[in-house]
Design a protein around this ligand. Structure first.
Ligand code: NDP
Length: 282
């Protein structure tokens, strides 16, 4: 049997489940969840992500609105748009695509989003709620990591989990979610000593580093579950993760590929969060 945890297929299944639920809600209430995505500037990677999010929304029957603002947009104009969206009854989720162009204060913008529409889970209130074990909106990528483990029937409780990376958008929230599910969690970063030795202890490894194939096969304990969040472009076209997949797949009991692992789950979780925002405040 394959030991590949197929995020692409799982995300497709989730999106289909969401599509059905949204169709039923529309039938009952005449309304659908709405997501507004704000893109400032011309960053090509951000533009691609925003397009993918819009397309996924439409396919699932959500209302999707994309606001494209120029590179020269002022902080005031951006905040005014966020405030407008906060007041808009058709919009249940607001996502401001990061990174913002230089000169704009992303923290101030994230704080301006109504926490009840903060489907990216980056508002300090939502960050705090995750910290205290009472999550409201959880950032989409770490939520996708947990959903992958659940749909792969991986027991989390009591397991040793090692998260490599401590960013606010992936590493830290992934570690908190694993902790909330009763794993014993170690967080590693660039100053961790004997990283291979620490990773070798793990039943569950989450790699969120941004270094191509840094985690080698001989760092992985026989039978461990490996979730590779990394997306690294190598050469013109090729994408690889933070884990040396070809080495690790022979040792792991389950492993996510890149592409086709965590990436597609991020968008599925964004839709899930938006549907939840709708149900809370429809
Ligand atoms: P950041 O650059 O914000 O964080 C990277 C983390 O890795 C930091 O905590 C850093 O440590 C740590 N690190 C860097 N080098 C080493 C090293 N040699 N040994 C140990 N730890 C190291 O990245 P992100 O968390 O934003 O993203 C991580 C990866 O996940 C990237 O490849 C990104 O593209 C991908 N990603 C994928 C998403 C998806 O949807 N699939 C969504 C978001 C991100 P320190 O804190 O000490 O500097």
């Amino acid at each position: 049997m394959s030991n590949i945890l197929d995020g692409k297929q799982i995300a497709k299944d989730i999106r289909e489940e969401l599509r059905k639920e949204v169709a039923e809600l529309k039938e009952k209430t005449g309304r659908v969840p709405g997501l507004a995505v704000v893109l400032v500037g011309e960053d090509p990677a951000s533009a691609t992500y925003v397009r993918m999010k819009g397309k996924a929304c439409e396919q699932a029957g959500f209302l999707s609105r994309t606001h494209r603002l120029s590179e020269t947009t002022s902080q005031r104009e951006l905040l005014d748009l966020v405030n407008e969206l906060n007041e808009d009854d058709e919009i249940h989720g607001i996502l401001v695509q990061l990174p913002l162009p230089d000169g704009l204060d992303d923290q101030e913008v994230l704080k301006a989003i109504n926490p009840e529409k903060d489907v990216d889970g980056f508002h300090p209130l939502n960050v705090g709620r995750l910290m205290t074990g009472d999550p409201y909106f959880v950032p989409c990528t770490p939520r996708g990591v947990i959903e992958l483990l659940d749909r792969g029937n991986v027991e989390i409780k009591g397991k040793k989990a090692v998260v490599v990376g401590r960013s606010n958008i992936v590493g830290k929230p992934a570690a908190l979610l694993l902790l909330q599910r009763h794993a014993t969690v170690t967080i590693c970063h660039s100053r961790t000593q004997d990283l291979p030795g620490v990773v070798r202890e793990a039943d569950i490894v989450v790699a969120a580093v941004g270094r191509p194939e840094m985690v080698r096969g001989d760092w992985i304990k026989e039978g461990a579950v490996v979730i590779d969040v990394g997306v690294n472009r190598v050469g013109e076209k090729k994408l690889v993760g933070d884990v040396a997949f070809d080495e690790a797949k022979d040792v792991a009991s389950l492993i996510t590929p890149v592409p086709g692992g965590v990436g597609p789950m991020t968008i599925a979780m964004l839709l899930q969060n938006t549907l939840e925002a709708f149900k809370n405040h429809g």
